[in-house]
Structure formats: structure tokens, C-alpha cells
Design a protein around this ligand. Structure first.
Ligand SMILES: *Cc1c(COP(=O)(O)O)cnc(C)c1O
Length: 407
């Protein structure tokens, strides 16, 4: 048995805090957004963690997500509904990327995407807080992860997705026990339905950043990077940005680790990558704005980052700016080319959102924003197997004459 999941460990959440105003909220209570309508961040008693959980102790544990228990919000081990949240590997892609390019391959996680990190945490907290029914808008992967974890512990789920969500995602969500509806609109249109039902008390709203714990799950990507790089961080991180949970979470993880004395003050340049068919964060970044306006007529093959409006926009923009990074958009043709290159040259089948990070890395290299000697981590956030692939096969008649040498 995994000791990370069988041993009760001390927990250190002190309170929650509005990410915009700093207003405090009580821990161990049901919360959605803050009164200012912004995401709540979980705060910990870091000096106490520093005293009882030295880095070497955490490092000696089995390397799954629950190794970080002291830095996570779940109080009781019995509330954790695990499907095996492994530490994901860094896969070099020397031919399609370059000598110092590593892909953090999140497709290895349960339900085939990194949404599992956020949802395993949010569902554990929902279970702890007695939530019985959850609704969520999704572009696919989040709904699948929610369905899997919630079903596993008997929480009812209703999931709304845009009607052109990849077929496999829609079926996967239903197969894992959620009721799934295709909506003739985008993810924020789905979110409006979820919000309406939540306001009527019909269910709890699990939209991105509208409950406080998905960030804590996604934060583990930042913790893992530090551990994998020997308690240093890479020079640059390329993150496919929709709602931005992972980027915000990693940035938070870096600050917490510095406060714990686990890492120094150096930070990677954070690159928030979007598709040019839906790039609200890029537009706001370039205009020097603190908030991003809704992107109209959003379209891209990279469904996971087709998010016209992000409630945590200012947190994404702040992290990117503070890090000396940049928000960048890449077009669908470059995305598809990158996916093809990584598969054909390096044998790694990425999802389109992952392809976007590779396309953006190449562009950043051209623009001199990163150097080939610098270590760059690209996030591939779902397995490429969940997305439509071109059929390049030919047929063979086994009863006819087969010219084997010509195959
Ligand atoms: C959800 C998703 C993203 C975007 O993640 P955020 O943290 O919401 O910005 C990127 N890629 C894939 C495959 C996704 O499913």
C-alpha cells in the first residue's frame, strides 16, 4: 500500500483569501468565488510546515501527488478518492523541439489529462464538505475527470459542454457516470447555465476557479518540477492557457516553496500560450491591461484552450509579467504541424494544446525570447489519443497477391 494514501498526516490550511482584495474566508466551509467575484486562494501555515516537513522528508516519499500532503487542503485521508495520480515524466523531444526541450507529459494521469490533478482535489474537498451534486461547464477533459472522481464516491454530476466538443470526451464523461449535455454555445455559455442552477440551489458550481481547490491540485505540477529538477526550476515554462488554473497554481507553488526554503527566488519565464483563434489573454498582455475582455467567435482545434473569458485573467497576467515571460498566440496550422512533428520525429503523440506549446516554443526561439541552451518545459496536458487523428492507413487484401517487398 502507498503510505502517502494510508497514513494520516498533519494539515496546515489556515484560511482562504480573495485573490483580488485579500479578504479572508474561513477554512473548512463551503465557498465559491469571493464576494468580489474572484477566485479564492488557499493559505497555509507555512512556518509550521517548514518545521515539521523538511524537503528531504517529502523527497523520500513515493513520488505521487499525495507526497505533497502537507501543502494540500484535504484534512482527512479517508476523503481522498484516488485513481492513482502519478508524478508525470519529463520527456525530451530533441528532434522536434531541441536539445533542452522537455515535455511534461500529463497525458499519463487518470482520465488521460491533467484535469485529474485539479479534480481529485476538488472532489475530495466536496466530499469532505458534504456536497451531493455538482455541475460543471467543460471543453471535455475537466468533465471527464470530474465524472470519474465524483462517481467513484457517489456524488451526482451534471456536465455541460459545447456541442462541438471532441466526441471521445463527451462519451467518456457519460461512460464515467455523469449526465452530459451538449449545448449550442461556448464554454462560458455552458457556465451561465451552471451558474443559474447553482444560484437556485440545485447543485454546486465546479466551474474553473469558481471553487478554491482545483488550483491546489494543479499546483502540484510546480512542486513536481522543482523535485524533478533537483530543487531548481527550469528557465522557461510553456503552458497552454485556457482558464489558467495550472499556470496560477504553479506560480503559487513556487512562492510557497520559496517560503519553505525549498527553492530560491529564481523563477522560470512563464509563457502563457493560446491559439490565435481564441487569445484573450494575449490581447490583454499586449495591450498592457490587467483584465482580459471576452474573445468573440472563438475557434481553434485546441479545444482545451478555447476559453473566451477567464475569471482568473489578472492572476495569469500578473504571473506572466512578474516572471519576465510572455503571452503568445499560435495558429491552428502551426499547432497541427507541431503535433505531427513530435509524433513523427520523437514518437510522442501530443494533444493539440500540447502542440501549441511546441509551436510557441519555436516562435519564441525565433524571436530570441528563449535561448536553445536554456531548459524549456512544455506542458502536454492530455494524451493525444483523446483527439481525432488523420487516417494514414491503407487496406490489404489477404486473398490477393501481396508484394511484401513493396509494403
Ligand atoms: C483544460 C486544458 C488546458 C488548459 O488548462 P487551464 O489550466 O484551464 O488553462 C490545456 N490543455 C488541455 C488538454 C486541457 O484539457
Amino acid at each position: 500500500m502507498n503510505p502517502n494514501l494510508t497514513t494520516d498526516r498533519p494539515t496546515f490550511v489556515t484560511h482562504l483569501e480573495c485573490s483580488l482584495t485579500g479578504e479572508h474566508y474561513e477554512a473548512d466551509q463551503l465557498h465559491g468565488l469571493s464576494r468580489a467575484g474572484r477566485p479564492l486562494l488557499v493559505r497555509y501555515d507555512l512556518p509550521s510546515i517548514r518545521a515539521v516537513a523538511p524537503r528531504a522528508m517529502i523527497a523520500a516519499r513515493p513520488t505521487d501527488l499525495w507526497r505533497w500532503r502537507e501543502l494540500l487542503p484535504v484534512r482527512r485521508t479517508s476523503d481522498i478518492v484516488s485513481l492513482g495520480e502519478i508524478e508525470t515524466p519529463l520527456v525530451p523531444i530533441p528532434r522536434s523541439g531541441g536539445p533542452n526541450v522537455l515535455v511534461k507529459d500529463e497525458g499519463r494521469l487518470p482520465t488521460g489529462s491533467f484535469k485529474a490533478r485539479g479534480l481529485v482535489m476538488a472532489v475530495a474537498m466536496a466530499k469532505a464538505l458534504g456536497i451531493k451534486k455538482i455541475a460543471m461547464p467543460t471543453n471535455g477533459n475537466a468533465g471527464a475527470a470530474l465524472a470519474a472522481y465524483a462517481t467513484r464516491c457517489g456524488i451526482e454530476t451534471i456536465v455541460f459542454c459545447p456541442d462541438d466538443t471532441p466526441e471521445i470526451n463527451v462519451r467518456e464523461i457519460a461512460a464515467q457516470g455523469a449526465r452530459v449535455y451538449r449545448v449550442n454555445g461556448l464554454i462560458d455559455d455552458c457556465g451561465a447555465i451552471v451558474g443559474k442552477g447553482a444560484a437556485e440551489g440545485l447543485w454546486f458550481d465546479f466551474s474553473t476557479l469558481k471553487e478554491p481547490y482545483r488550483i491546489e491540485g494543479k499546483k502540484t505540477m510546480g512542486l513536481e518540477l522543482a523535485a524533478l529538477f533537483g530543487w531548481k526550476l527550469p528557465h522557461a515554462i510553456f503552458y497552454p492557457t485556457g482558464g489558467g488554473t495550472g499556470l496560477i497554481g504553479m506560480w503559487k507553488a513556487f512562492a510557497e516553496m520559496e517560503a519553505l526554503g525549498w527553492i530560491g527566488s529564481e523563477r522560470p519565464k512563464m509563457f502563457a500560450i493560446q491559439s490565435s483563434g481564441c487569445a484573450p489573454i494575449v490581447r490583454a498582455f499586449e495591450a498592457g491591461e490587467e483584465h482580459a475582455e471576452r474573445w468573440e467567435d472563438a475557434h481553434t482545434v485546441a479545444a482545451g484552450i478555447r476559453v473566451p473569458r477567464a475569471v482568473g485573467d489578472f492572476l495569469i497576467l500578473r504571473a506572466v509579467r512578474e516572471s519576465g515571460g510572455r503571452a503568445m498566440a499560435v495558429g491552428d496550422p502551426a499547432i497541427l504541424q507541431a503535433v505531427e512533428d513530435a509524433a513523427l520525429k520523437d514518437g510522442l503523440l501530443m494533444c493539440p494544446e500540447g502542440g501549441a506549446t511546441l509551436a510557441a516554443y519555436r516562435e519564441a526561439l525565433r524571436l530570441g525570447l528563449v535561448d536553445e541552451d536554456e531548459t524549456a518545459v512544455l506542458f502536454n496536458c492530455a494524451t493525444g489519443l483523446k483527439y481525432p487523428m488523420a487516417d494514414a492507413s491503407k487496406t490489404l487484401d489477404r486473398f490477393g497477391e501481396i508484394d511484401l517487398g513493396a509494403l
